[in-house]
Design a protein around this ligand. Structure first.
Ligand code: AOF
Ligand code: ZN
Length: 362
């Protein structure tokens, strides 16, 4: 095997390791790190839940003395800043690592090449860019927030075989099967926040929590776009706000049910529009936002160019008369999106569409 093929094989493993903590590391990216000595993995690390410790010191600790002369594979440039933990680049130097292979440079202005410089100045051989595309995809949320000042937006749509998102006045109707629902719960768990419009909140009275065995604590913050603060205090969202946070994005000086909702622990945030809201979310460290409906919110986000990925589920149900048409179906893909992946879940199909160009960073 060539060195590049070996590097790619270990980096693939480091990326797979990083994926295990996506959505659990707060505003920090989930980074994977492997320490490899004589072709053997002697240390493994992934950014801990909450964001610290970082991946590298954990992998180095596991490697112990074996780290001397070894190669480190890291999905992100090792940090150089004195944050809540000492710089990872210095820890790598101190451990006597001979070579570092990095997938993606870190756009965080506190790091931004400085980590690589610390390594090079210590005469460590540095290879950058191995499996860059795959690693960028694995850190899409973090990189989008750092470079665009907003979270990465994933739009999830469940569409009937006749292209409908639901039926007027019918509340939640079954469009996809349980296999798809499980997958949607996994996507929720890997996201930092979930957003719906008030129309969906009123029509469906959803909970928007993660309900998978063993993952009950993984529910991200739930956000409702609700210009007039109309979310009923009796809704499942409002009633559970003390268990899983709810943020209501309202127009400046909206009154509505504000008092009652605040009393239930719902946080009210005044925003001037979608872009403003996304900016506020990014400032709070929210890197990935999953949008679950409805048609209006999906249409507005698409029209403003604020959607990065679409998870399009197509079920075999037929809605017929009174259906709410989806802005996207299998037959009608929005301009500028390409098909990345297609899979089946039970009787449903899921397509993942990605926006092009996938930005300078993704
Ligand atoms: C690494 N390894 O595993 C991660 C890194 O708030 P702090 O001090 O933890 O710093 C957060 C920054 O650290 C984050 O913006 C990114 O630049 C880097 N994340 N770096 O060396 C890791 N998660
Ligand atoms: Zn670090």
């Amino acid at each position: 095997m060539s060195i590049t093929a070996i590097d790619e094989a270990f980096m693939r493993e480091a990326i797979a390791l990083s994926l295990t903590h996506v959505g659990r590391t707060g505003s920090n990216p989930s980074v994977g790190c492997l320490i490899v000595k004589d072709g053997r993995i002697v240390g493994r690390g992934v950014t801990a839940p909450g964001g610290r410790p970082h991946a590298e010191p954990q992998a180095l600790a596991e490697a112990g003395d074996e780290a001397r002369g070894a190669t480190a594979y890291v999905t992100l440039e090792p940090c150089s800043h004195h944050g809540k933990t000492p710089p990872c680049a210095n820890a790598i130097v101190a451990a006597g690592i001979a070579r570092v292979v990095v997938a993606v440079a870190d756009p965080d202005p506190r790091v931004s090449g400085q980590g690589l410089k610390i390594l090079a100045d210590a005469d460590i051989e540095v290879t950058i860019g191995i499996l860059q595309k795959e690693a960028r995809r694995a850190m899409g949320g973090y990189l989008t927030r750092q470079t665009k000042g907003r979270p990465q937006v994933t739009l999830k749509l469940a569409v009937s075989s006749d292209g409908m998102l639901g039926k007027l006045g019918a509340g939640q109707i079954a469009i996809t099967g349980f296999e798809s629902k499980e997958e949607v719960h996994r996507l929720r768990a890997a996201s930092d926040a979930i957003l719906v419009g008030i129309g969906t909140a009123l029509a469906d009275d959803p909970e928007l929590t993660v309900r998978l065995p063993g993952m009950e604590g993984a529910s991200p913050i739930r956000i409702v776009l609700d210009r007039r603060a109309e979310l009923p205090a009796s809704s499942k969202l409002a009633k559970s706000a003390r268990d899983v946070p709810v943020l209501l994005a309202v127009a400046p000086s909206a009154i509505g049910n504000r008092k009652a909702l605040e009393g239930l622990g719902v946080e009210i945030v005044e925003t001037t529009g979608l872009e403003d809201l996304l900016h506020i979310l990014a400032e709070r460290g929210i890197s990935s936002l999953m949008v679950e409906g409805g048609a209006r919110v999906a249409g507005d986000l698409l029209a403003q160019g604020l959607v990065d990925r679409i998870h399009l589920y197509t079920g075999d149900a037929v809605v017929g008369e009174g259906g709410i048409a989806s802005p996207i179906t299998r037959e009608f893909r929005p301009a500028g999106f390409v098909l990345l992946e297609e899979k089946t879940f039970g009787r449903d199909s899921r397509q993942i569409l990605e926006r092009l160009p996938v930005s300078a960073w993704l």
